[in-house]
Ligand binder design. Sequence first.
Ligand code: GLP
Length: 250
Amino acid sequence: MEAALAHEYRRICHDPATHQPLAYLRLRQAIRNIIGHRDIEPGQALPSERDLSQTLKLSRVTVRKAIAGLVEEGLLTQRHGAGTFIAERIVKPMSRLTSFTEDLRERGLSPRSEFFERGIGEVTPEESMALNLSPGSLVVRLHRVRYGQDEPLAIERSVVPASVLPDPHLVRDSLYEALEKLNARPRRALQRLRAVSLNAQQARLLHVSVGSAGLNIERRSFLDDGRVVEFTCSWYRGDIYDFVAELQTD
Ligand code: GLP
């Protein structure tokens, strides 16, 4: 793995397309890439700071800075006295507005969706409140189980105004990719998290036992002009996901 990392780091250094003058950012990208290519598996240890700095001929400050950023992003975890490891649980920083697909790809997992519903219909009173739509407006509804490497990770119900997403079949695997193509990728979101125990149907879909811990997440996302672009209710498996937030004093 050390060899794969050294190879990837040198490749990035010599890649004219990268144009990254800062060594710690090049190293960060190289580590991200080897995780993405699965040259290193979740739970495996990263070589020590000292070994990395020797192999790559970088200062320890540079190596430390590269690693610190990836710990913050949730790709790496540090155990005091034991070293740095590739995160096993999916650690999701709450401050970044990313999609399920992006979160998984970043970790070298292939995302996949199974649709139960992918249709269009008239907005319900609850949806019209969440999306700020007038009665009678049309909405696209997506109900999916989200998988990573064939393991079910979450159930999601998304509602999107049809004025933004005219055809539900524009969504293949990723809602945000479809919205991006329509120039309607969300820019801001409000999210509410709640601990829940998964009911029989949810537990069956997520391959866990009834009553297991889950996280219910409601996300309302907005476009630059303030229009609500999605209202999504998700149930994530509590045994796999960690949501982390950076807090600052005022
Ligand atoms: C996360 C969010 C959802 C969002 C989804 C988009 O799972 N909780 O609110 O709709 O990402 O993911 P994708 O673009 O993969 O469909």
